[in-house]
Design a protein around this ligand. Structure first.
Ligand code: SF4
Ligand code: SF4
Length: 74
């Protein structure tokens, strides 16, 4: 199953570390204005480099979109 990846707009400081770290081609992330957005989550190789190196812990991942929906509704 493809990963579901989210970046918190509130927490992202647009440092672009995740874009630089991500090994996929094309990169899973793209900068859109001042936030990184996971535009190709299906390419994710689960290396965790983005999450480990994001300075503000803005990135979250799940195998299930439902989990994100549940969190968003709390
Ligand atoms: S876990 Fe690795 S492959 Fe997946 S988005 Fe993050 S850096 Fe890219
Ligand atoms: S590493 Fe974190 S703070 Fe930096 S651009 Fe990516 S999501 Fe935003």
């Amino acid at each position: 199953m493809a990963k579901h990846i989210k970046v918190s707009e509130e927490d992202c400081i647009a440092c672009e570390v995740c874009v630089e770290m991500c090994p996929t081609t094309p990169c899973v992330f793209e900068m859109q204005k001042l936030t990184a957005v996971a535009v190709h989550p299906a390419l994710c190789e689960s290396c965790m480099l983005c999450m480990e190196n994001c300075p503000t812990d803005a990135i979250s991942m799940s195998d299930s979109e439902d989990i994100f929906l549940d969190i968003g509704e709390i």
